[in-house]
Design a protein around this ligand. Structure first.
Ligand SMILES: Cc1cc2nc3c(=O)[nH]c(=O)nc-3n(C[C@H](O)[C@H](O)[C@H](O)COP(=O)(O)OP(=O)(O)OC[C@H]3O[C@@H](n4cnc5c(N)ncnc54)[C@H](O)[C@@H]3O)c2cc1C
Length: 441
């Protein structure tokens, strides 16, 4: 069983030239291609497997400002309206709803953390409301428990991960762009020190501009070009249960388990932050940079196995451009979920929400979450090779801001003012000694 996903047919082969080539069709790549095509650019979006099939279909679907790192808050606020704008323009339901997000807790420290964040975020214009015990009991009545308190963020929402990226890719085509699936970009050619072409498994595309939005594959791809991108991935396990529990909130977070209603009425269930660390060659190289983050989160992390190493997405080897690459050997990164974690998640969800008790399991899957050392993405057009821009390391919260990240990439490519400030997303921050502030939430 793997994550549900809408699948469409697109172009069979890439053209020989383009104004801009986007590598990787997750939520970031489809969004960048969409905004570029909408601006009239001749854009080609390459996907080695199936549009949206990696992280972007495997997540919970939360599109939140709530508890965002300050560095990402303006982009997340802007992205919520971009979800609405894209939905109107594409004319298909991506499941985006401002359904509000509900957080419940019995921990005084956790509630105080939310209150501190709330004082800051309200100053930034975010509608975030602390809940008293009484209010939490009402909003959380489906749990049948009492709570010390909570937070309600009414303008946040969710979108459906099985629908969003594929439908945005259709939007790219609607605006004249080209989408090619089962077509890996093997590498980049340069002339006079700038990008001149993308080499794919189906031929060469001449272009002056490339956006790399390859998710967990980005660091190994950049390694071929001598560009160091500190990136590491952990494996998260998740499951869904069949529709029919209407009284359960649309999006609820508790320490024990979180639940999210999807467009078809099914629910995804997961334990926030719980992940497995599967060793990769890249992890060995970058261990020092990731130590602060792993130490901060060690309680939620378990030692995994060798499946990431075998999958080859985070290799540090070099490959030839005229031979099959790791991207063609692994069309869709589809790791095995942890059976123990899935069982524990289901047990906790059924204990918390009686409405879920008779809902049968529909699917279970895992996804590799790619992260930077400080838990904030890299979104940067100045990474060491003129003509190549990077958007990766979305660090477990990139689905909700995907439309905004894609917009920023389009802004860079088109040379227009960025929709929000982007200085904080530069790759160069990992070179100086000031970067080490790990994202708080
Ligand atoms: C279990 C789980 C829960 C999550 N929950 C949330 C949530 O609730 N809210 C939220 O905001 N975020 C969440 N996230 C994080 C979110 O899913 C990611 O941050 C986001 O989807 C990353 O998007 P992306 O486009 O960067 O990467 P991806 O979706 O991984 O896409 C990258 C694409 O690039 C392709 N590719 C790579 N290399 C090449 C190449 N050389 N040629 C062609 N194609 C290539 C890959 O095949 C892949 O399709 C969650 C993630 C997981 C796994």
């Amino acid at each position: 069983m793997t994550a549900p996903l809408l699948k469409f047919e697109f172009a069979k082969t890439p053209p020989q030239s383009a104004d801009c080539v986007i590598i990787g069709a997750g939520i970031v790549g489809v969004s960048a291609a969409y905004w570029l095509a909408r601006a009239g650019m001749n854009v080609v979006l390459l996907e080695k497997g199936v549009v949206g099939a990696e992280q972007s279909s495997r997540n919970w679907g939360w599109c939140r400002q709530q508890n965002r790192d300050a560095r990402e808050l303006p982009l997340s606020t802007r992205s919520l309206s971009l979800w609405e704008e894209m939905t109107r323009d594409i004319g298909a339901d991506m499941g985006f709803r401002r359904c509000g997000l509900l957080y419940l807790s019995n921990s005084e420290a956790e509630i105080e953390g939310w209150a501190t964040w709330g004082r800051y975020a309200r100053g930034e214009g975010v509608d975030t409301r602390m809940l008293t015990a009484q209010e939490a009991a009402i909003r959380g009545s489906a749990t049948g428990q009492s709570w010390r308190g909570g937070v309600w963020s009414p303008s946040d929402g969710t979108a459906d991960p099985s629908r969003a990226a594929p439908l945005i890719a259709r939007g790219v085509v609607k605006h004249g762009g080209t989408v090619v699936q089962h077509c890996a970009a093997r590498g980049i050619e340069t002339e006079a020190g700038t990008v001149s072409a993308v080499v794919t498994e189906a031929g060469v595309i001449r272009t002056r501009q490339v956006v790399l939005s390859g998710g967990a594959w980005a660091a190994s791809f950049l390694h071929q070009l001598g560009i160091s991108f500190p990136q590491s991935s952990v494996r998260s396990s998740i499951l869904s249960v069949a529709p029919g529990a209407e009284q359960v909130p649309a999006a609820l977070h508790t320490k024990d388990v979180s639940v999210t209603r999807r467009l078809d009425g099914s629910y995804t269930l997961a334990i926030s932050g719980r992940s497995h660390v599967d060793l990769t060659p890249g992890m060995l190289h970058g261990a020092g940079k990731f130590l602060p983050m792993f130490l901060k989160r060690w309680r939620a992390l378990s030692v995994g196995g060798a499946q990431a190493w075998r999958a080859g997405f985070d290799s540090r080897g070099h490959w030839a451009l005229d031979q099959i690459t790791p991207m063609e050997r692994m069309r869709v990164l589809d790791p095995r979920p942890s059976a123990k974690l899935i069982a524990q998640t289901l047990e906790r969800a059924r204990a918390l929400l009686p409405g879920l008790r008779d809902r049968p399991v529909q699917a279970q899957w895992a996804g590799y979450i790619d992260s930077t050392p400080d838990g904030v993405p890299v979104i940067d057009a100045d990474i060491g090779l003129p003509g190549l821009a990077l958007a990766a390391g979305l660090s477990g919260h990139g689905f909700g801001i995907g439309p905004g990240v894609g917009h920023l990439m389009a802004d860079f490519v088109l040379g227009r003012p960025p929709i929000t400030s982007a200085e904080q997303y530069r790759l160069s921050r990992f070179k100086d000694s000031q970067w080490g502030k790990v994202s708080k939430f």
